[in-house]
Design a protein around this ligand. Structure first.
Ligand code: 4HQ
Length: 233
């Protein structure tokens, strides 16, 4: 997979993308990440990428021209078309199922903006898939873009080592994770549940499933509702 990120802050991605799993995926040639600075496509002497909103109001709006030109440039840099993605609170909520869908693409082109928002013609002209990482307001699309890259990378076949696995994790099953324990058996009077020390794999599996279901029911009943919808469909 190739992932292009169009951003005003390419440096902000460098340390995060140099981190273990994303780094390893790139070394194994499962993934290539290309960062492109939107400001490189500005045309005036101030290298402007934003401007005042028509009709007035506070804040600035991302201009069409640098984003259209930047996108056309990166699209021409490789033959595969790829999925255009705009990070915005108005987008489709990002979840494990959308991560899986995106992990199946050959190429993703992420557009991370700043300021109060995008000129509407960016949406009209580029027809991107709009994606939101949650109902809160961030100062830029960089962190959302990193979230998407991280969640998608772990799903690329071969990206995880033998130790890591996506199967057992939260959300792959549609349930929250069961409680985990490591040594010591007694920490300040807090004991590890007896069943986990029993060596009885069937009972352990049963206990974990029951814990995962109970925890999901208490904390995220919405996930159980989604599961029953998934089954109907
Ligand atoms: N922003 N999920 C505003 C977000 C966001 C989110 C990104 C802030 C876009 C213009 N993006 N810029 N939440 O808050 O994706």
């Amino acid at each position: 997979m190739r992932i292009d990120v169009l951003t005003l802050f390419p440096e902000a991605f460098e340390n995060i993308f140099a981190s273990s799993i994303i780094q390893r995926a790139q070394q194994k040639h499962l993934l290539e990440i290309v960062l492109t600075n939107i400001r490189d496509f500005a045309r005036d002497n101030y290298r402007s990428v934003d401007d005042k909103p028509y009709g007035g109001g506070p804040g600035m709006v991302m201009m069409c021209q640098p984003i259209f030109d930047g996108l056309e440039y990166v699209e021409a840099a490789a033959p595969t078309k790829g999925r255009r993605i705009l990070l915005t609170p108005q987008g489709e909520p990002f979840n494990q199922s959308l991560a899986c869908e995106l992990a199946g693409e050959q190429r993703l082109i992420l557009i991370a903006g700043h300021y109060e928002g995008f000129d509407e013609r960016i949406r009209m002209g580029l027809q991107p898939l709009e994606v939101s990482i949650g109902d809160y307001v961030l100062s830029g699309g960089e962190i959302p873009a990193m979230v998407v890259v991280d969640a998608v990378t772990r799903l690329l076949p071969g990206a995880l080592g033998d130790e890591e696995s996506t199967e057992e994790e939260s959300f792959s099953s549609g349930l929250l994770e069961y409680p985990q324990y490591t040594r010591p058996q007694n920490f300040r009077g807090l004991e590890v549940p007896e069943v986990l020390l029993s060596g009885h794999h069937e009972r352990i599996q049963e206990w974990r499933t029951q814990q995962a279901k109970e925890r999901t029911r208490l904390r995220r009943p919405d996930l159980l509702a989604e599961q029953s919808i998934d089954k109907q469909e």
